[in-house]
Design a protein around this ligand. Structure first.
Ligand code: SAM
Length: 402
């Protein structure tokens, strides 16, 4: 992380002055992203897509949804067989521009399945600015009913269905940890002033609060993490996803029966907490540019951190989710028909050459290991199969492509 001090915007100055001039990085990240009046998502000023601040798989076009739909239909078939006549829900948590739901609705409608008339889409979005755009985007898309609500509201009336968390968990606030004289400390964001009395933001650190230390010890033990890793040097820093486990519990409570698909950037713990990864995985995005200067422009850039794979699976199973399996996005999309899609593009007539080339480029970006191909897919479920036939949960994306 750049050590340079950066100017503090006025709105943040006020917040920090109320908090004794300094807050943990997790609080800074929460404000910078989700403050309803000034946060990058809170106000809706961040835009997902090629003309926006950063891209995600659905924002590149319809082909991602066109592949994912095969998996969703298999799971919906499984759930419909388990619950004849019951309402089934596709819940998208953190829908961004609502691209994925907008693309899935016509595909679901075209499936003509027997469960179609009892299907709904639920969007869970905590940021009013983003929700506004999602409502506009879905105004004239298809006939499957859509509603917005919180995970807490769903917990009061839990649904059966599929919960999607596509590039959501990497946007949850993280704690930043730093190694000083052999011990981990919590990184703080501090207000400071220079000669011209310009308020600036800078990093410093505090001892770990006991609750955080206990959580780290407990989860490191449970998930087999070596934190800090032996060989890490003075100043080695990393992230700690303290909010993933509570989120997994909320998601679990939102459903009585169904699947959870998490698609996100994740690294195995030996890579995440490697001594040579001395500055963690935090990155900021704005207008398609990435930067490690995460304190700059608070409220107008995205801030994200990769997940630790074992910690994610550990948090999910602690919450009650049963892991079906996980793989890289490239493997998942190949199993769902990516190669066939690429081949089919070659059959498009000459007058659609430009479209074929655009879609080909988008499909290749989805699996490019230096870009979206780095994403991991995790399937979890929260039901106990009741018969031998139901032990196959129909997770087609986890099968070897034929
Ligand atoms: C990186 S964008 C992902 C958008 C979309 N899923 C996609 O892949 O195109 C993160 C989205 O999650 C929303 N978000 C962040 N934290 C959330 C939370 N705790 N619950 C619900 N939505 C959240 C943001 O406002 C934004 O819409």
């Amino acid at each position: 992380m750049k050590a340079l001090d950066v100017p503090c915007p006025d709105w943040l100055l006020e917040r920090l002055q109320h908090q004794g001039q300094r807050v943990p990085f997790s609080t800074f990240m929460e404000w910078a992203l989700h403050d309803p009046d000034h946060g990058a998502y809170g106000t809706g000023q961040l835009h997902v897509g090629t003309a926006g601040d950063f891209v995600t798989s659905p924002s590149l076009g319809d082909d991602f949804a066109g592949l994912l739909i095969h998996q969703l239909i298999d799971w919906l078939d499984t759930l419909a067989a388990r619950h004849p006549g019951a309402l089934l829900s596709i819940v998208d948590v953190g829908p961004g521009e609502a691209d994925l739901i907008a693309q899935l609705i016509p595909l679901l409608e075209a499936s003509a399945a027997e469960w179609l008339s009892r299907l709904e889409c639920v969007l869970v979005e905590i940021n009013p600015g983003m929700q506004l755009r999602q409502r506009e985007r879905l105004l004239s898309v298809g006939n499957i009913p859509c509603r917005w609500c919180s995970l807490q509201e769903l917990a009061a009336e839990p649904v059966k269905g599929i919960l999607l968390a596509h590039e959501l968990l990497d946007a949850l606030p993280v704690e930043r940890l730093i190694l000083r004289s052999g011990s981990l400390r919590r990184q703080m964001v501090t207000l400071t002033t220079f000669e011209a009395s310009v308020p600036l933001l800078t990093w410093d650190d505090d001892p770990l609060p006991q609750t955080l230390q206990d959580q780290i010890d407990e989860q490191a033990d449970r998930d087999g993490l070596e934190l800090p890793p032996s060989g890490a040097l003075e100043g080695w820093a990393t992230e700690w996803h303290h909010s993933v486990e509570p989120w997994m519990k909320e998601a679990f409570a939102a459903m009585t029966d169904g699947m959870l698909l998490v698609v996100d950037y994740a690294l195995e713990s030996r890579r995440y907490y490697a001594p040579r990864r001395a500055d963690g995985t935090l990155v900021a995005y704005k207008r398609q540019q990435s930067s490690t200067d995460v304190l700059r422009d608070a409220g107008s850039q995205d801030i994200t951190a990769h997940l630790c794979l074992e910690s994610l699976v550990g948090a999910a199973s602690e919450a009650g989710w049963i892991l079906d399996g996980h793989c890289r996005q490239g493997e998942a999309l190949l199993a769902l028909g990516l190669a066939e899609r690429l081949t089919a593009l070659q059959q498009l007539p000459g007058d659609r050459l430009a479209q074929a080339l655009r879609r080909r480029e988008a499909l290749l970006r989805l699996v490019d290991p230096s870009c979206l191909g780095e994403l991991r897919w995790f399937a979890f479920h929260r039901f106990v199969p009741t018969s031998a036939e139901q032990t196959d949960l129909n997770s087609r994306f986890l099968r070897e492509p034929t």
